[in-house]
Write a protein that binds this ligand. Structure first.
Ligand SMILES: [Zn+2]
Length: 249
């Protein structure tokens, strides 16, 4: 009984985190020995198959390496969280190119996009990232002297290093993803937010006619001097957006 719960939990957890990892775990249960290497081998095969087959399902992988646009960390590529529709991939490439034109040497870092397959399966904890038409971007940062740091974020995963005090007009609600992560904030390095590039990326996304909405916390958008009817507040139950930019078609 304990083993069923353990393996069931592993399958659920790996499916939630990587979509295909649960299948690899289930496959490893069909053998008696070498389960971990077989799990890793099966996941590697499924991972490679996803890169090849996702385009048939209407998704492409955002680049894991690159000087203008890349995933913030190899972790996003390893866990198959870097898939978006070809149209959104083009939006990301064009916006990153515009930032690099205005600020040569800038590398735009993408965060969670979506899984390679299945419309309707959310990429937790982002409930809306379920169809390849949503993507998050990291903010840009500088060193303590104000010099831009290419490819560097404050948080090791690009999320949760908040830039405002989180004040909002939201009523206190019980069920919310509007986490403050107050205990985490002192652990992040003192690495100032770079407003010029962050505003340029947000503006490039807002200027793209393929983009439907961009989420950025209103106080931060005001600080950056950004305004557009497509620049929205995500709502009181959704995650804060003063640590990253969210774009959707
Ligand atoms: Zn998002």
């Amino acid at each position: 009984m304990g083993r069923i719960i353990l393996h069931g939990s592993m399958i659920v957890l790996l499916t939630v985190l990587t979509q295909l990892g649960g299948i690899a775990w289930a496959l490893s249960l069909t053998v008696r020995r070498w389960r971990v290497p077989i799990f890793l081998g099966a996941f590697l095969v499924l991972w490679a198959a996803a890169q090849a087959l996702a385009p048939l399902a209407g998704r492409v992988a955002l680049p894991c390496t690159g000087d203008t646009l890349r995933m913030q960390s190899p972790l996003y590529c390893a866990t198959l969280r870097n898939f978006v529709t070809p149209e959104l991939a083009a939006v990301a490439e064009d916006a990153a190119a515009r930032v690099a034109d205005a600020y040569p040497g800038t590398v735009t870092l993408a965060l969670d996009g979506g899984f390679p397959f299945l419309d309707g399966m959310p990429l937790l904890p982002h409930l809306s990232h379920d169809d390849g038409e949503k993507l998050d971007f990291a903010f840009f940062y500088t060193d303590s002297a104000g010099a831009y740091l290419p490819g560097v974020t404050r948080s090791p995963i690009g999320y949760w290093a908040f830039e405002t005090d989180g004040a909002s007009d939201c009523p206190p609600v019980r069920l919310t993803l509007r986490w403050g992560m107050g205990w985490l904030q002192p652990l992040f390095p003192d690495r100032p937010f770079e407003p010029g590039r962050t505003a340029a990326l947000t503006q490039a996304l807002l200027d793209d006619p393929r983009v439907g909405k961009v989420f950025l916390e209103p106080p931060l958008a005001a600080r950056l001097g950004l305004a557009s009817d497509r620049l929205r507040f995500q709502g009181c139950r959704a995650a804060r957006h003063d640590d990253h930019i969210h774009v959707q078609l």
